[in-house]
Write a protein that binds this ligand. Sequence first.
Ligand code: XMP
Length: 513
Amino acid sequence: TILVLDFGSQYSHLITRRLREFNVYSEMLPCTQKIKDLNWKPKGVILSGGPYSVYDEGAPHVDQEVFNLGVPILGICYGMQELAWINGKGVARGDKREYGPATLNVQDPECKLFTNVDHSTVWMSHGDKLQSLPTGFKVVASSDNSPYAGIAHEEKDIFGIQFHPEVTHTEQGKTLLKNFAVAICQANSNWSMENFIDTEINRIRKLVGPTAEVIGAVSGGVDSTVGAKIMKEAIGDRFHAIYVDNGLMRLNETEKVYKTLTEGLGINLTVVDATDLFLGKLKGVTDPEKKRKIIGNNFIHVFEAEAAKIKPADGQEIEYLLQGTLYPDVIESISFKGPSQTIKTHHNVGGLLEDMKLKLIEPLRELFKDEVRHLGELLGVPEDLVWRHPFPGPGLAIRILGEVTREQLRIAREADNIFIEEIVNAGIYRNISQAFAALLPVKSVGVMGDQRTYEQVIALRAIETVDFMTADWYVFEAAFLKKVASRIVNEVDGVARVTYDITSKPPATVEWE
Ligand code: XMP
């Protein structure tokens, strides 16, 4: 195992991810981690980048015991300045930031870190840089702007690099990290998703013990389904999945989810039909934030009430709550956030945990989305579910602008279903990150046959994105849009016009509310 100490760079989490790509397992901990508190010995240590200057008051510094572990160390960006600061303080405050690509020139072809990395493009993103070599170090690589793009200790396996090997813009970044982890640290490269399943199942069994029971909410999305399936594999029917039908799901969605999870995956599932409750509470409400609050709060009430009905066979209470938290969510919570470290609970479950006094179980907390998909495939989750676009918790309520009624739900469902059906038929579902139809409560004049019509508007939205923080609209062929528009107006009562949303995020968001 490689220890990654996180100084808060936006790229830190990518380091663990890249290492796993060549089957090396790593664990990321905040840079303030005390080495004496670790109950395992790393094969090597990586110091990540970070947003600070080593000279800042309260700038984070690594526990000096790291250097007594006697294992190889790689400092990236801030991590390199940290090495320099500790070994003679040769860091210059940057007068200008360097951001973007640079060409790397390896000065010392003997350096094991740079095997097969010479003359490639690297990604720079830093303010400060080295102005002189720290004591005991030599230059091993440079770029036009950074004479000390790579440094190495004269005797020990301690390296510093100014650029970020973990981002894909650094062409040979993965090679460099592999050189470090495998060739230099000799870390085992035996991590695999198959092993992960076995290890995780054993971990869950040990944690939960032979009798305790676990509950979890499932939505039909990939994260909660894969999480539920792994719980099923670990503890069978002592895992109780609860699906709350808030009445805001897509066409036939609840039936499909029920069938897949029970008949397909054998999960012990209870479906609660809370349609009347949710639609009752949403009556007359048009403000988007109010809608979200009503849906979120009532979800917690319904889930808790249902959980209270589950009586474990041995008379014990339910002890654990499953959550499909992924690594990027974890990082948001544990990443080093500055001199005063803030730790926050993941927002989706905060309420449930406080009310129910449950302990959290998070089998996916080390994985990225595409890894969860891979895991799902290995666990036998059907392909269409594994590759499903995300669907927001508040469901169609934030895609029906204005008041949510049964009639508006019917229109939104039918239009959305046609759009998605055509996307699947065109074979482009996986090229699109998310697609849906929004229903706008404005009326527009049309003509059908000899009749004047006066009905509402559907806005189609389809986006491409890597992380949902920024997104661009998907470029469909004109013939495709023509077909979808014609089908929606002809087949869905109550729609007179179809538009396509061509706004990127930012400035728009993905959802309409
Ligand atoms: P926005 O609209 O914020 O959406 O650009 C980004 C991604 O988040 C999803 N989304 C939500 N998911 N509860 C959720 O579980 C919510 O309240 C929520 N709002 C937006 C959205 O579908 C998109 O994938």
